[in-house]
Design a protein around this ligand. Structure first.
Ligand SMILES: Nc1ncnc2c1ncn2[C@@H]1O[C@H](COP(=O)(O)OP(=O)(O)OP(=O)(O)O)[C@@H](O)[C@H]1O
Ligand SMILES: [Mg+2]
Length: 253
């Protein structure tokens, strides 16, 4: 069965894209077939894999009704990528289509070959608009990265409100929720406080692996490389490999 996971947090810079890119590659290296969907108009999943975002992708799927299957690009062994395309931002302002606008991605996935993947990871933009709603309706699971700064906790409570609203709108309850703490500097008191608070609010939903702040993770996208291409011996590679095992085994703290 395919696990469709939206990587979401309306707060910016918490590590959504970094997690999509590197968790995706880690799962592929563990033998899983993975498809990455770039639902952020910034198009950074493509950048991270050294792929040209301007050839189109989800923008043409959502705005023009093209097939996802025609937009797939092979990123690495076992990693397929559907880029954002340059017009994806226009979809956020789409005024026509009523409530069905929120279900376009889900329908597009249903009529694609994506159900042959073990995992579909959706990188979401830092907003709570139509793109995020589409990702939420398409996904069975939400993975929320929470970074090690205090404002991150505020983002989290807002995130929970959005999730509740989406659940009541879609009629689908119990979308599975996971959290991962990212960009953690465990020597800092604040970082430990954030991790403890997250564990307190979501005692059974926080993945065991702590993603540490690691300079190689920040460097690799500029080379079009994942952490596994760029520096296999880094803390970043170790952490994302471990996170992949958490995801495969449902291993929480
Ligand atoms: N564990 C980490 N260690 C060091 N740098 C990191 C780490 N995770 C992310 N970064 C860096 O932090 C910045 C923000 O990360 P990223 O783009 O993944 O966040 P995002 O949540 O996708 O942001 P946005 O909301 O803009 O889409 C990037 O420059 C990224 O390289
Ligand atoms: Mg991002």
């Amino acid at each position: 069965m395919t696990r469709i996971i939206a990587i979401m947090n309306q707060k910016g810079g918490v590590g959504k894209t970094t997690t999509t890119i590197n968790l995706g590659h880690a799962l592929a290296r563990a033998g899983k077939k993975v498809t990455l969907l770039d639902m952020d108009p910034q198009g950074q999943v493509s950048t991270g894999y050294g792929i040209d975002n301007s050839q189109g992708g989800l923008d043409q799927v959502l705005l023009d009704g093209e097939y996802i299957d025609d937009k797939i690009i092979v990123g690495r062994d076992n990693v397929d990528i559907v880029p954002a395309g340059t017009r994806l931002g226009d979809f956020e302002h789409l005024a026509t289509g009523g409530t069905s606008r929120g279900h376009k991605l889900r329908r597009a996935i249903e009529e694609s070959s994506l159900k042959q993947s073990d995992f579909v990871l959706i990188d979401c933009p830092p907003s709570s608009g139509l793109l995020g709603i589409n990702a939420m309706f398409a996904a069975d699971e939400l993975l929320i990265p929470v970074s090690g700064d205090y404002l991150s906790l505020q983002g989290l409570s807002r995130m929970m409100q959005i999730l509740k609203r989406a659940e009541s709108l879609s009629g689908k309850n119990a979308i599975k929720l996971w959290l991962v703490t990212t960009r953690m500097q465990m020597r800092r008191r604040l970082t430990k406080e954030v991790r403890n608070k997250v564990l307190k609010y979501f005692p059974t939903r926080v993945f065991q692996t702590v993603i540490r702040e690691n300079v190689s993770l920040a460097e690799c996208p500029s080379f079009g490389k994942t952490i596994f291409d760029y520096k296999l011996s880094s803390a970043g590679a170790e952490d994302y490999q471990s996170l992949a095992q958490d995801v495969l085994q449902g291993r929480t703290s």
